[in-house]
Design a binder for this molecule. Structure first.
Ligand SMILES: *[C@@H]1O[C@H](CO)[C@@H](O)[C@H](O)[C@H]1NC(C)=O
Ligand SMILES: *[C@@H]1O[C@H](CO)[C@@H](O)[C@H](O)[C@H]1NC(C)=O
Ligand SMILES: *[C@@H]1O[C@H](CO)[C@@H](O)[C@H](O)[C@H]1NC(C)=O
Ligand SMILES: *[C@@H]1O[C@H](CO)[C@@H](O)[C@H](O)[C@H]1NC(C)=O
Ligand SMILES: *[C@@H]1O[C@H](CO)[C@@H](O)[C@H](O)[C@H]1NC(C)=O
Ligand SMILES: *[C@@H]1O[C@H](CO)[C@@H](O)[C@H](O)[C@H]1NC(C)=O
Ligand SMILES: *[C@@H]1O[C@H](CO)[C@@H](O)[C@H](O)[C@H]1NC(C)=O
Ligand SMILES: *[C@@H]1O[C@H](CO)[C@@H](O)[C@H](O)[C@H]1NC(C)=O
Length: 613
């Protein structure tokens, strides 16, 4: 049940489409707009916004394909999406999203006539986005291939005004077009107060968290882009066609007397750069192609592609810590003997290194440990279990209980796997699971299915490989829960969320959230979900009559849910829908936004009980 990332698959699709399809240009204004897009890209030039908009919107709405798409999406979500029912309920206090009745919403677009295929696709995508579940999304392989870049990163600081009142403002972190705008305050965006504009964008447009403060951070520049695989300045770096061709900012700058308006157009490129744009992908988008669409299975990072990969390291410094391993392991320069382990992804290949890091810290006589888990969009779930086991080896269980939704098809698959003693690594094979909390094998399908309605009987995530178990042998570290603190900017997703929540809930490790909206409590993690899956994987496992979503729309969704549990190991709340704010809160300022070691120093003070939080 390994969950691995498959960024590279997207490239595979692309190559596939490019080679499979023949370019035929019909003589229409659409073709002219699309050929302008194509020729701009061939010349390494930014695409004109209006050309691209015309091109994208030129493909006619295909009612038959749209109906089949909606049918398939609703079919997969209603039968296998583990939060299908839960999504209809009001959010718990602390979260900001609207309840989503997927059946109603999807049925409502079934009857609509759309102006274009693009219009339909975006409407469908926006319904799924409302779930604010980072594992659940629909991605169009042709339309969603462009980057829209303002060349500008923004951040938010909390300052104290003359009356000692705290207020939150938006500033320019870096303008790569005109550096004289760096550090200017943004007063307005598009005629709205800047802070409000960012909050609205985070609230309405960002899908990757149920916590508005976390979405707010995702709209802006992260503090540590040095360690990043992705940049999450989603306000200024988009993956969907923006509503307007440019954005107007009202700025005040220290060196300029008067506020002024900066109007910035979107720089539009294709995918990883200028190469590879293919009109044929767009043209064929409207056809019923399901071959060539390989699985987006086993992705935890999926929906956030790595196209924004960049290094801002020249702008960043780590002035208050000594680096022991590049980007990963530090010793603070204060007297506290505090080590910092940067956990920015969960890859099996990193397990050795994590063990080495902690052993290195032990060798240095490190008394306290800060786990910086910011900007971490997950990875392999066993790495989460491995890390927990590494730090707290003796205690069992080492993961949350989880459940899969049941229906007639999955039940018959489960029963069949029992009959045949299957050992196949398959979501619906009960023989690959253990029971929670004691880790016993299931003896019968009735034990596996249990007594819950529509859910299995609490499955244990424990899936450590023999290599992992070997690595865990002979480790013993001196630190207790009190010696460790987790710091994140809320963007600790998926497998990262499951580790940080487990350490916090079960081992009582303290947590700090950085940034977000002033005066709100804030989550330290996001979309813990349970497991992401693609429809074709489910379909081929259980023998569903529908193979996949037709056309170029790739669906992924959460298939398993994780719960916290009490002292008696009784499963309690669904983690995805539980608001778990951090124990402590820090905000960004002009300095720590560029130097995370300043935040680590603050964390060290909290860890050493020098300051209360
Ligand atoms: C476009 O840019 C790429 C990479 O930056 C370069 O390899 C290629 O030669 C450029 N093409 C043109 C037409 O300038
Ligand atoms: C798409 O393919 C399916 C199965 O092959 C077929 O039943 C359906 O009619 C096709 N839809 C369109 C819009 O061509
Ligand atoms: C966020 O959006 C929802 C739904 O549109 C709205 O009801 C709510 O007031 C918004 N919250 C904030 C803080 O803007
Ligand atoms: C599932 O199976 C039960 C018992 O065999 C049957 O009564 C029920 O209608 C089936 N449900 C569906 C959705 O097929
Ligand atoms: C499955 O395993 C059980 C217990 O080991 C054994 O009794 C049974 O014969 C096996 N069934 C098959 C189909 O191999
Ligand atoms: C399977 O049977 C064994 C032996 O009776 C028992 O100890 C174990 O708890 C059972 N497994 C489950 C999941 O109940
Ligand atoms: C663990 O320790 C034992 C005894 O101290 C030693 O024999 C063994 O090689 C060690 N194993 C590993 C994996 O380091
Ligand atoms: C755990 O079980 C014991 C004994 O049945 C009970 O007294 C206690 O209240 C339970 N604790 C929780 C948190 O439910």
């Amino acid at each position: 049940m390994k969950i691995i990332q498959v960024h590279s698959k997207l490239n595979v699709y692309l190559i596939l489409f490019v080679t499979l399809l023949v370019i035929v240009l019909p003589p229409s204004t659409a073709a002219i707009s699309c050929s302008k897009v194509s020729s701009a890209l061939k010349k390494n030039k930014s695409v004109d916004y209006n050309d691209l908009k015309k091109c994208l919107e030129s493909f006619p709405f295909n009612a038959k394909l749209a109906t089949e798409t909606v049918d398939a999406v609703l079919h997969f979500l209603s039968n296998y999406y583990v939060f299908y029912d839960r999504a209809r309920e009001d959010p718990p206090s602390g979260f900001t999203y609207q309840p989503v009745d997927l059946k109603n919403e999807l049925d409502s677009i079934r009857k609509k006539k759309f102006k274009s295929d693009y219009d339909f696709t975006i409407t469908l995508r926006n319904i799924i986005f409302k779930l604010k579940d980072g594992h659940t999304s629909i991605f169009n392989l042709c339309y969603q291939r462009f980057n829209y870049d303002q060349g500008l990163s923004l951040y938010s600081v909390v300052t104290t005004d003359k009356k000692k009142k705290k207020k939150q403002i938006i500033k320019v972190l870096k303008d790569s077009v005109d550096s004289s705008n760096n550090n200017c305050e943004v007063i307005e965006i598009g005629g709205k107060p800047a802070l409000q504009a960012i909050i609205d964008f985070a609230n309405d447009t960002i899908q990757y968290s149920k916590d508005l403060s976390v979405r707010f951070n995702m709209a802006l520049a992260p503090s540590k882009s040095q360690f990043l695989r992705e940049l999450f300045q989603q306000f200024t770096l988009r993956e969907d066609l923006p509503e307007t061709s440019s954005i107007k900012y009202k700025l005040t700058c220290p060196k300029k007397k008067k506020p002024f308006i900066l109007e910035r157009k979107w720089k539009i490129t294709y995918h990883d750069g200028f190469d590879g744009f293919s009109y044929s992908c767009l043209e064929q988008n409207n056809e019923n192609i399901s071959n060539g669409k390989t699985s987006r299975d086993k992705i935890t990072k999926s929906t956030l592609s790595n196209k924004f990969k960049t290094s801002n390291s020249e702008d960043l410094k780590i002035a208050h810590a000594k680096e022991l391993a590049a980007g990963s392991l530090y010793l603070l320069n204060d007297k506290s003997k505090t080590g910092v382990v940067v956990v920015d992804e969960e890859q099996s290949s990193d397990e050795d290194s994590y063990k080495d890091y902690f052993q290195e810290l032990k060798k240095h006589g490190t008394k306290k440990i800060i786990l910086d888990m910011s900007n971490n969009n997950g990875g392999t779930i066993t790495v989460a279990i491995f890390l927990t086991s590494l730090l707290f080896s003796s205690k069992q269980p080492n993961a949350f209980p989880t459940d899969i939704i049941l229906n007639n098809l999955t039940i018959s698959k489960i029963e069949n796997s029992f009959k045949t003693n299957s050992t196949v690594d398959d979501l619906y094979n009960p023989n690959v699971y253990l029971s929670f909390p004691f880790g016993n094998h299931f003896n019968s399908s009735s034990e596996f299915i249990g007594t819950q309605k529509k859910r299995t009987s609490n499955l244990y995530f424990d899936a450590l490989t023999s290599d992992e178990k070997e690595l865990l042998k002979n480790v013993s570290f001196p630190w207790t829960s009190d010696d460790i603190i987790i710091i994140t900017n809320g963007f600790c997703a998926s497998a990262c969320a499951l580790i940080s929540l487990f350490l916090s809930e079960i081992h009582k490790v303290r947590t700090i959230a950085v940034g977000g909206l002033l005066n709100d409590q804030m989550s330290f993690s996001t979309y813990p979900g349970g497991q992401i899956i693609s429809p074709d994987t489910v379909s081929s496992s259980v023998g569903d009559k529908i193979a996949d979503v037709p056309g170029k729309n790739v669906l992924s969704f959460t298939v398993r849910e994780a719960y916290d549990f009490d002292q008696n190991y009784t499963a309690k709340d669904v983690l995805e829908y539980s608001y778990k704010p951090a124990d402590c809160r820090l905000y960004y300022d002009e300095k720590n936004v560029k130097d995370p070691s300043l935040l680590w120093l603050e964390a060290s003070k909290i860890l050493n009980n020098e300051v209360k939080c």
